[in-house]
Write a protein that binds this ligand. Structure first.
Ligand code: ATP
Ligand code: MG
Length: 591
């Protein structure tokens, strides 16, 4: 089956600048390109060029097993493993543009699969191993996946039963033992053991499709965002600009490789810098995480607000931080967070408890790389996502009654005045931007107007150019003539000592249009009762004023979240209103 390849030409509006921004040209010059001017391939920049430059013996991965034993993998070894996989794919007749998906925990084979697939100019599509069978099937079908790399257990639990509904899935490669007992599968280990460890990357056009990432499904059905090899220019540059990553660093990205962060910054960007990556096979546990930060001497740590808030629950501000203080975190230089709004309290917690502030940054699956960030050395404004990185041109667009940017006769209106709220938009043309939603041309085209890419998020920019997240365009609440961003209300509630997390929605109301309703989860030791609800309401009213403070408060220790840790406000709203719950494929299972 020949995969459908969407147009690799970005949609540029009439007003878009001609040619790439000089920042990206400079960033490109920091990479090598394939020898002999044969193009640009992500895997070459991530591993081969270090080996060619005599840096092959540096440690690329420090694989931390569940029992905390550590296995290092050098750049040279990683390159050999990737070559073996690339040759294995070739032996199977899998070539350029063919999709290879992974359903794996964090193990060295995952890294070999990503890099080997890219070397072979096939397209890599990471899937989250905690997905159930239905979302796995849906993504394998949508992605027109020919090869799946997984383990016997994951295959048995998530894919075997649905295999016959996926005629396009020709090869299932099982990492570790068990393939001999699973019909229709082959051994990854045998395939790669037989293959040569030499591989020459074929010519690769920077516009060749490289990665297929499904979005988180926070606002609706997940979309398959198509990315190209040229994205590596932006991965490399933004890791230095936004994460302060340097070649000798030990870097830990806690995002699962099944999401775009876990691939772009968990694999590609740090390898292009020659850094050492911590690869933790275990699950979140506060003591384990502090132990890894300390023992692996992590310098740069990229994580998510939900993880920070879990650590905050364990060691709240104002109490003696016994747990973090019992670890030597002196190697840690820079902490960054992405994926959801980072409430100001979390930034202050980092400063007080870890001795370092947390740098929030903003981007999307579609943008492919960090766009707006609190960078090293710049003043952090707690609660702000920071400022656009060099080479990124952002704007705030006036919105229409539907909440999205208003497009009149093909034109949008840019809001110049500081503090004005509108849809966050970006000028297309950066190297990592997506080149399509797989099989959904219309949905892709609808993201662009008047030379802008429309993000679907609402933000405001202050007089100094800092961007403040207001909410998803779909989540913004309209109450008694006010437009209320759920994030502001959630952040305020999270400043109350009892509140661990909050999700805020608008509930239809005959008088006000919508009223603000908050769902909150509590920190240990607090009782969910009427007195606390009254106290929270009063607390929010004092800080936000009666027009914005929640009118109703409900306690919910299991706020619905995506598996990547984002509060699913659409689900809170659907449940509140008794509406259909929609796509639940990325909903996290609660204990
Ligand atoms: P879907 O598009 O399927 O609804 P999703 O938008 O959550 O899911 P992602 O691409 O993983 O999928 O997430 C990008 C979104 O996450 C952004 O559009 C924004 O709403 C939110 N986000 C990311 N970083 C931040 C941040 N620093 N502050 C606030 N929101 C953020
Ligand atoms: Mg989105």
């Amino acid at each position: 089956m020949k995969p459908h390849t969407p147009a690799a030409t970005p949609v540029l509006g009439d007003d878009a600048p001609a040619g790439p921004d000089p920042v990206w040209l400079r960033a490109r010059s920091l990479l090598d390109g394939l020898p002999g001017g044969r193009g640009l391939n992500i895997a070459h920049e991530a591993v081969d060029r270090h080996v060619a430059a005599g840096r092959g013996e540096r440690t690329a991965l420090r694989c931390v097993a569940a029992d905390r034993t550590v296995t290092p993998v050098t750049y040279a070894e990683l390159a050999r493993r990737a070559n073996r996989f690339a040759n294995g794919l070739r032996a199977l007749g899998v070539g350029k543009g063919d999709r290879v998906a992974s359903l794996l925990g964090r193990c060295p084979e995952l890294y070999a699969s990503v890099l080997g697939t890219l070397k072979n100019t096939s397209v890599f599509c990471p899937l989250f191993p905690a997905f159930g069978p239905a979302p796995v099937e849906e993504r394998l079908r949508l992605g027109e996946v020919r090869v799946l790399v997984t383990t016997a257990e994951l295959y048995r639990r998530k894919a075997a039963e649905r295999r016959e509904r996926l005629p396009g899935l020709e090869h299932v490669l099982i990492v570790g033992p068990g393939s001999e007992r699973l019909p229709g599968t082959a051994s990854f280990d045998a395939l790669t053991a037989e293959a040569s460890e030499e591989f020459t990357i074929p010519d690769t056009d920077p516009g060749d499709m490289a990665l297929l990432h499904f979005t988180s499904g926070t606002t609706g059905t997940p979309k398959g965002a198509v990315h190209v090899h040229e994205a590596v220019v932006a991965h490399h540059a933004t890791a230095a600009l936004a994460l302060d990553l340097r070649p000798d660093d030990v870097f830990w990205c806690t995002a699962d490789p099944g999401w775009v962060t876990g691939t772009s910054y968990g694999i590609i960007a740090p390898l292009t810098h020659g850094a050492t990556l911590v690869v933790d096979a275990g699950e979140y546990e506060a003591r384990r995480w502090y132990g890894i930060l300390a023992d692996e001497r992590v310098n740069v740590w990229y994580t998510a607000p939900t993880a920070i808030r879990m650590l905050m629950r364990v060691s709240p501000r104002g109490s003696p931080p016994e747990l973090p203080r019992s670890f030597d975190l002196s190697a840690l230089r820079f902490i960054a967070s992405v994926g959801e709004p980072l409430n100001p309290e979390a930034v202050r917690w980092g400063q007080e408890i870890l001795g370092l502030p947390i740098h929030d940054n903003w981007w999307q699956t579609e943008t492919g790389c960090i766009m707006i960030a609190n960078t090293a050395g710049a003043e952090i404004r707690p609660g702000s996502m920071g400022r656009p990185l060099p080479g990124v041109s952002a704007g705030v667009l006036a919105r229409g009654p539907e909440g999205r940017a208003a497009v009149t006769d093909g034109r949008v209106r840019v809001l110049e005045e500081p503090g004005a709220e509108g849809e966050l938009a970006l000028r297309p043309g950066w190297p990592a931007m997506f080149r399509g939603y797989l099989g959904e041309e219309q949905r892709y085209r609808a993201c662009f107007a008047d030379g802008w890419y429309l993000t679907g998020d609402v933000a405001r920019r202050d007089a100094d150019g800092y961007y403040w997240f207001v909410g998803r365009a779909d989540d913004v609440i309209k109450s008694a003539g006010h437009l209320i961003g759920p994030f502001e209300v959630e952040s305020t509630l999270m400043e109350h000592p009892a509140v661990a997390e909050a999700g805020v929605i608008g509930r239809p109301d005959p008088v006000a249009g919508e009223i603000v309703k908050a769902f909150v989860s509590l920190k240990p030791g607090f009782e969910a009762d009427d007195a606390l609800a009254r106290d929270l309401t009063a607390f929010a009213r004092r800080r936000l004023g009666p027009a914005i403070a929640p009118r109703e408060i409900a306690f919910d220790q299991h706020l619905p979240k995506t598996r990547s840790g984002k509060v699913m406000r659409r689900l809170l709203r659907a449940r509140e209103l008794g509406l259909p719950e929609g796509d639940l494929s990325t909903l996290e299972e609660t204990a």
